[in-house]
Design a protein around this ligand. Structure first.
Ligand code: F6P
Length: 321
């Protein structure tokens, strides 16, 4: 009898999840597993939302954003009696291994599950926030950045036509990665993120000097986590004396067809996940660091705080003062 392997997505959806699901299923099949899909994340593990991963279910999904397996939060998974139920659902189908695509909260939940029942798992990092420790890249980031780039380019058209300032709020609950990279890629004059101290007085003097020198419009990109969108917009109106508008990009950043980079990363992570399980790793998280693919034991990922590239921070420092 073939060994069963189940895959599910968990946490905030991210472009690249679908190509990763497809690749895990296809590569696992090639390596002799019987693959299963679990719908609705951790909740589906408890509520028995399992379906055999037939070819039809994973064909034609590579280019689709979001996750065809859906995602859900589950407080019940924190209780042993519900994890027990999830384990029985695996056991009755002969499923011995798991692949989870999601964030560190999902990885921690599965690590507890491994401690309880000894079911090995491999994790594939996916979140547009790019705030998982140990990896320079999480699925969904490039697609989100391209979505932001397209939106900011459009906003620039109206900003230049009307000589206005635009403050654009991008996602990132605790991490300013999207704000920093998009500020550089889109040529913003101001970038506010949780990681960089900012100084409105000095930003004000810089902008006034630029305006005296002929600047007619201003683009500012702020990370959601700073909660500065409204304030900065009013401040530009009142202190810089330039008509300002706020655009909150919101969930548009999470959707859309995965870019080439996200499809390729999904492929690399998916193959890595199956191979890690094959060689007996029990709680490996796929990572991409300094241009190399690899994996790390979960404690090295979940017990550390993500660190942003110091070069990126220094490139953006001038935009927050
Ligand atoms: O996926 C991460 C994230 O996009 C954060 O940047 C954002 O704060 C959050 O999800 C929004 O979550 P929800 O969809 O639950 O409102």
């Amino acid at each position: 009898m073939k060994k069963g392997l189940a895959i599910f997505t968990s946490g905030g959806d991210a472009a690249g999840m679908n190509p990763a699901v497809k690749c895990v299923v296809e590569y696992a099949t090639k390596r002799g597993y019987e693959p299963w899909l679990v719908y609705d994340g951790l909740r589906g593990l408890i509520d028995d939302q399992f379906v055999r991963a037939e070819r039809d279910l994973v064909s034609g999904i590579l280019h689709r954003g979001g996750t065809i397996l859906r995602s859900a939060r589950s407080k019940r998974f924190f209780e042993l009696e519900h994890r027990q139920k999830a384990y029985e659902n695996l056991k009755k189908r002969g499923i011995e291994k798991l692949v989870v695509i999601g964030g560190d909260g999902s990885f921690r939940a599965l690590n507890q599950f491994y401690a309880d029942f000894g079911v090995p798992f491999a994790g594939i990092p996916a979140t547009i926030d790019n705030d998982i420790a140990g990896t320079d890249y999480c699925l969904g980031v490039d697609t989100a950045l391209n979505m932001i780039r397209q939106s900011v380019d459009s906003i620039r058209d109206t900003a230049t036509s009307f000589s206005r300032a635009f403050v654009i709020e991008v996602m990132g609950r605790h991490c300013g990665y999207l704000a920093m990279v998009s500020s550089l890629a889109c040529g913003a004059e101001i970038c506010l993120t949780p990681e960089l101290p900012y100084d409105l007085d000095s930003i004000g003097s810089r902008l006034q000097a630029d305006i005296a020198d002929g600047r007619r419009y201003v683009l500012a990109i702020v990370a959601e986590g700073t909660q500065m969108g409204d304030y900065l917009t009013r401040w530009i109106n009142d202190s810089i004396n330039m008509e300002a508008r706020l655009t909150v990009l919101g969930h548009v950043q999470r959707g859309g067809s995965p870019t080439v980079r996200d499809r390729l990363m999904a492929h690399k992570f998916a193959v890595g996940a199956i191979e890690a399980l094959e060689v007996g790793k029990t709680n490996a998280i796929m990572v991409y660091r300094d241009g190399d693919y690899g994996d790390l034991p979960i404690n090295e990922v979940c017990d550390s705080k993500y660190v942003l590239d110091p070069k990126l921070l220094s490139m953006c420092a001038d935009l927050s003062k």
